[in-house]
Write a protein that binds this ligand. Structure first.
Ligand code: ATP
Ligand code: MG
Ligand code: MG
Length: 351
């Protein structure tokens, strides 16, 4: 049978592996860290650094197609892999989503609304950017940020020096603060044949910069809902994308503002495991394997809640809830802020 290579062995890689094996594929995980969650379910695991050309080559030679569960794969590793096997989604989506400045420019060139933004490499840039954009604003590192890390709020110009110091010399982007009523995301898929299927938008709540819960249906008017899926389809088509993408949006009175895109399965799409016949993981595997996409129609109201760090203490109680599906990632050590699992609660209308 065909083998799907997955760069990254975290929980997303684990759930992709499970979906792949349900479709009769086996998976080979490439992951620098020891004992990755995906390693417990994949047929093969290579534990090696992205600098290890021999290991990367050997990995590529065992697989038919390469996909990934995180976007920060070093460019040199991708350059080495690309001539050996197809990489899906493709390089352009990775390049764009690896750098917030390139990403914002791409989105606004598509005609989509984003926060006002400017590149900031030093104190002079920051002063100019702040004069143009105004406070409040957020300074973010252009690369490697996740779960709200690498960000500093600037409520007034006096906060500038500290915010710049927080960037530790890394190239940054200043974003104007978007006043939104709530956050939603669209999990969208595009097949190798160019067809697009979007899951119903989910409403996201973050605590301390980390996703806490996703609720479907999201609070959106019918026109906001169609805006959300159309703009997501627009992004995927522009990239000739193959696979699943998460598109994060702010809901504002002036319309939907795109926050960021993730060229992979997304934490805010975990509800699809319980709410849809074909979930985001199967949809992604279908796309990268060149299969037709599933429909992904939502058949239930669901609240997905992440189990982070000490939330694991609630496991005995959660296991007693009758309409709650539990997904654990097999991580041995509980740490504060660490995503250990999630639950999907089916919400039934009162009878
Ligand atoms: P993720 O874990 O989703 O990848 P991240 O570290 O890449 O997160 P962002 O999504 O850019 O960070 O920001 C985290 C959160 O901070 C957003 O979900 C939103 O709540 C808030 N935020 C980010 N940028 C802005 C902005 N320009 N205006 C208002 N709020 C913002
Ligand atoms: Mg992000
Ligand atoms: Mg985000």
């Amino acid at each position: 049978g065909a083998v799907i290579g997955i760069l990254g062995g975290g929980q997303l890689g684990r759930m992709l592996s499970i979906a792949a094996s349900r479709l009769g594929f086996s998976t080979h995980i490439f992951e620098p860290g020891a004992n990755p969650p995906a390693g417990q379910v994949a047929a093969q695991v290579t534990t090696a650094s992205y600098d290890d050309a021999a290991a990367l080559t050997a990995f590529a030679e065992t697989v038919d197609v390469i996909t990934y569960e995180f976007e920060n794969i070093p460019t040199a590793a991708l350059d080495l892999l690309e001539p050996l096997r197809p990489i899906r989604p493709g390089r352009r989506a990775l390049k764009i989503s690896q750098d917030r400045l390139v990403e914002k420019a791409f989105l606004s060139d598509l005609g989509l609304k984003t926060a006002p933004f400017a590149a900031v490499d030093d104190a002079v840039d920051l002063t100019e950017a702040l004069a143009e954009i105004g406070a409040p604003a957020i300074l973010k590192t252009r690369r490697f940020g996740y779960d709200g890390k690498g960000q500093a709020r600037i409520m007034a110009p006096e906060d500038s020096a500290q915010a710049l110091a927080d960037m530790a010399g890394a190239p940054a982007i200043l974003e104007g603060f978007v006043t939104f009523s709530h956050e939603v995301s669209v999990i969208a898929a595009r097949g190798a044949d160019g067809s697009v299927a979007c899951f119903d938008p989910g409403e996201n709540v973050h605590n301390d910069g980390i996703l806490h819960s996703t609720t479907v249906p999201a609070r959106l008017s019918p026109s906001q809902r169609s805006d959300a899926v159309l703009l997501a389809a627009n992004i995927l088509n522009a990239l000739h994308y193959v696979g699943v993408m998460g598109v994060e949006l702010f809901v504002t009175p002036a319309g939907l503002v795109v926050n960021e895109i993730a060229p992979r399965v997304h934490n805010s799409g975990h509800w699809t495991q319980t709410g849809c016949a074909v979930d985001q993981f199967e949809q992604h595997i279908r796309a990268v394997a060149g299969w037709p996409l599933g429909d992904g129609q939502r058949h239930a109201d669901v609240v997905m809640e992440n189990l982070i760090g000490a939330d694991m203490d609630r496991l005995p109680d959660l296991a007693r809830e009758s309409d709650t599906a539990i997904h654990l990632y097999g991580k041995a050590e509980v740490k504060p802020g660490r995503k250990m699992g999630h639950v999907n609660r089916v919400i039934r209308p009162p009878r």
